[in-house]
Ligand binder design. Structure first.
Ligand code: SAJ
Length: 420
């Protein structure tokens, strides 16, 4: 199938790079976002998010006239929905948060009026099982004059598929092209059209499945990682009690040819791994025991680590009454070598420490330019000059690796949240 015009709904961390990829292959791309600021920024050839190499690509795509942003969908050959699927409002802290599909529903309402016979609609957003069928049902409800796969099977006039994104923040422009892609059509025609669409820029393999399996595959990948990180985090808490160096332990165990333990840290952050497993748990609460427990362990790890710091700060204060305790957190990003602090456990930790009485919090993170008011960002040189009572190593940025001794040399006490 040929695609001349592609409409991408949602110009965030996935939608904008994807839209830009199509535009860079000389396809006419209409990028849609409800955020007027994002639309205006993109139309100036600039970006409103941080991702290496994206700025240059967007600038070129807009300048050459292949990418245009707007707030309303327009007729196209294919529609890609890449909108957020957060938790339902107010459920973020609940025991089993459930996914909010209202952004997908709004996208479907916006696309429906401009849908034409022969169009392909792809849901890229990370979604609970059954979301693609729901999207197709919303479209069908709005356009009773058209036929959809749930009604007419292979004979349907509109094609619908789920093709989850699987790219790693910080490597999006590379992984979009090189990663394999799961193609989950609601019928064979949809899968085959979606393969043709992605092959415009994807060099990885396009592997055909169905919509429900594709939805579950994406959730499974992130739940697998979450469970494995939880194993490492649980080990780290056991090792503390058993007086064993967890990093040495993991190094040793990983010498076994069939063991590959991940790294414990100060918690799990970002907008994927800490969220997606809940989409499985909320759908199958009785069955998803390990997945739920892993989420709880990873969430608990930040609090456990904070309790440790609080105890040490109290000890210093009780020894030297009236003394203000200086704490320096190394790393604020949600993982090494990126500047993204969304859902960052390191940032959360720094904020929690700053809430302690008589404690001043500093942070060294050359990737991060802004911090909450209560956390003073300082340079490595500032830290070396001033020294602190407690250093907390929260993120294993490459620039910290091999510097553990320099950090402890200028600190009363060093608490390692990760291995550097
Ligand atoms: N982390 C650890 N220990 C480890 C590895 C990671 O504590 O050994 C922590 C990180 O510090 C971070 C969190 O886990 O706080 C998540 O980081 P990550 O690198 O595992 O994943 P993300 O969130 O950047 O991207 C993931 C990727 N999924 C998998 O690797 C299975 C990516 O491919 C997905 O596209 C992305 O989620 C997404 O959009 O869903």
């Amino acid at each position: 199938m040929n695609f001349d015009t592609i409409c991408v709904v949602g110009l965030g961390y996935i939608g904008l790079p994807t839209a830009t990829m199509f535009a860079s292959r000389r396809k006419k791309v209409i990028g849609v976002d409800i955020n007027q600021y994002a639309v205006d920024t993109i139309n100036r050839g600039e970006i409103h998010i941080v991702e290496p190499e994206l700025d240059i690509a967007v600038h070129a795509a807009v300048k050459e006239g292949y990418l245009m942003a707007t707030t309303q969908p327009a007729p196209a050959d294919a529609f890609l929905v890449a909108v957020p699927t957060p938790f339902k409002e107010g459920e973020e802290e609940s025991e089993t948060p459930t996914p909010d599909l209202s952004y997908i529903q709004s996208a479907a309402s916006a696309i429906a009026p401009v849908l034409e016979r022969g169009n392909l609609v792809i849901l890229e957003s990370t979604s609970p099982v059954g979301a693609t069928e729901k999207m197709a049902a919303w479209l069908a409800e709005a356009r009773p004059d058209l036929t959809f796969p749930q009604q007419e099977g292979e004979a349907a006039e509109i094609m619908v598929a789920h093709c989850p994104e699987r790219v790693l923040p910080g490597r999006v422009m590379y992984e979009l092209i090189e990663n394999d892609r799961i193609i989950g059509g609601m019928n064979n025609k949809s899968s085959s059209a979606a393969c043709d669409l992605y092959k415009i820029f994807v060099r990885g393999e396009c592997i055909v499945s169905n919509a429900r399996t594709a939805e579950m595959a994406k959730l499974t990948e992130n739940a697998f990682r979450d469970v494995n990180i939880a194993f490492a985090n649980e080990l780290s808490m056991i090792c503390e009690e058993a007086d064993i160096d967890v990093w040495e332990l993991i190094r040793l165990a990983n010498r076994h040819p069939r063991v590959n333990i991940l790294q414990p840290g100060v918690g799990v952050g970002g907008h994927c791994i800490a969220v997606d497993p809940w989409f499985i748990v909320s759908g199958y609460p009785e069955k998803a025991r390990i997945i739920k427990s892993a989420r709880e362990v990873n969430n608990r790890k930040t609090q456990w680590f904070f309790d440790k710091i609080q105890k040490e700060a109290e000890k210093i204060k009780s020894k030297d009454r009236g003394k203000e305790v200086d704490v320096c957190v190394f790393g604020l990003a949600f993982k090494p070598d990126i500047d993204d602090t969304r859902e960052s456990p390191a940032l959360r930790l720094a904020e929690m420490i700053s809430g302690l009485d008589g404690v001043n919090v500093f942070a060294v993170d050359p990737h991060v330019m802004t911090a909450p008011k209560a956390v003073s960002l300082i340079s490595w040189e500032d830290f070396e000059r001033m020294g602190v009572d407690i250093s907390v190593v929260a993120v294993a940025h490459k620039c910290f690796v091999g510097k553990a001794e320099n950090i402890s040399g200028r600190s009363g006490l060093t608490i390692m949240g990760c291995n550097i």
